[in-house]
Design a protein around this ligand. Structure first.
Ligand code: ADP
Ligand code: MG
Length: 325
């Protein structure tokens, strides 16, 4: 059976570190680019809470890093370094080393894509748990904060919302998707793509941003709270897949779209004067960017139908939500 040090050496140590000092000492040393601030964040994935024990380890490696990179994207930061705190069941290390091989392969495939270097971590025995810290750089004073929304800003979201939640509901047996529908929705749940480049490009265009990890209403709600603003968004304009749209009359599908979470898309606000530039960025990056509403003074978040009528969604129990008629 591998020792802790075998595991670190075999699966997580790479030669020629970019950092001043990478894995192998009591702490890593990094050389921060002059004129930048460090953006620092951490996210943990707990087995049976954030993922199923049987989840494909390659995809799990990807997702563990992806959810952390998504926080960097939301700040407009360039991710540079990661630390990985792994708690592994003894049985897994003893009987299933391909799990570790696959997990690290998925982790490093995404890390390499974004030039992120693993510079350290911790390896212990216990119930499966994956904790990642991520460090990124951003030009001083330029980070996209939740608190920057201004009156009249357009509200935008990237990609499509709700597919990850729809796939999860299917996995939990609460919704039945057809095989081709599962194929369309499952990648959003298992291998979300963090919007790293989009986040960095939005520094020049957006006033505020957040990544959607807890559902649109909750996360847009954070922008509103932090900015001291209100918003009106149109349900019909929220981008979603044909699979989800077909089911939208069902409250469960609506819940997936507005409050499902695990989307890892960006929600941002930008002045109307930047509308064309945002549309141009969408074309350039090949990422759908959709305008879903507008920021105003006051407080509260209103969702309207196609005719501008306020929808009463309080019965579905969303947080961060107020309705006005
Ligand atoms: P210490 O006992 O001083 O905390 P460890 O023996 O835990 O150090 O770790 C040795 C080295 O291996 C350190 O550089 C640490 O950051 C790194 N490391 C440990 N676990 C991991 C992991 N899962 N992924 C990447 N690096 C790791
Ligand atoms: Mg030490």
């Amino acid at each position: 059976m591998s020792s802790e040090f075998d595991i670190i050496r075999r699966y997580f140590t790479r030669t020629a570190p970019q950092a001043v000092l990478g894995i192998g000492d009591d702490a890593a040393l990094i050389d921060v680019t002059p004129g930048t601030e460090l953006a620092v964040s951490t996210d943990t994935l707990v087995c049976d809470r954030h993922f199923f024990a049987a989840t494909d380890p390659y995809r799990l490696g990807h997702k563990s890093l992806a959810v952390n990179l998504s926080d960097m994207a939301a700040m407009g930061a360039k991710p540079r370094w990661a630390l990985l705190a792994l708690t592994l069941p003894q049985q897994l290390v003893k009987h299933n080393e391909t799990w570790l091989q696959q997990f690290s392969a998925g982790f490093f495939a995404l890390a390499d894509k974004h030039q992120v270097e693993l510079i350290g971590g911790d390896t212990t025995a216990g119930p499966l748990n994956i904790g990642i810290q991520i460090l990124g750089e951003i030009a001083k004073g330029k980070a996209l904060r939740r608190s920057g929304a201004k009156n009249g800003d357009d509200i935008w979201v990237s990609g499509m919302l709700g597919n990850a939640a729809l796939a999860l509901n299917h996995e939990l047996g609460k919704i039945t998707l057809q095989p081709d529908e599962i194929d369309q929705c499952l990648p959003a749940l298992l291998t979300p793509e963090p919007r790293i480049e989009l986040g960095q490009r939005l520094i020049a265009l957006a006033h505020s941003a957040i990544d959607i990890s807890d559902g649109l209403l909750a996360d847009l709600g954070h922008i509103l709270e932090n900015s001291g603003k209100s918003a009106v968004i149109q349900l019909e304009s929220i981008p979603c897949s044909a699979v989800l749209k077909k089911r939208l009359p069902q409250s469960q599908a609506l819940h997936c779209l507005l409050a499902g979470g695990d989307d890892y898309e960006l929600c941002f606000t930008a002045p109307a004067a930047h509308r064309e530039a945002v549309a141009g960025l969408s074309t350039e990056l090949g990422i759908p960017l959709t305008r879903i509403g507008e920021i105003a003074a006051g407080e509260g978040l209103i969702v309207t139908d196609a005719h501008g009528k306020t929808l009463t969604l309080e019965t579905t129990g969303y947080d961060h939500f107020t309705t006005r008629n």
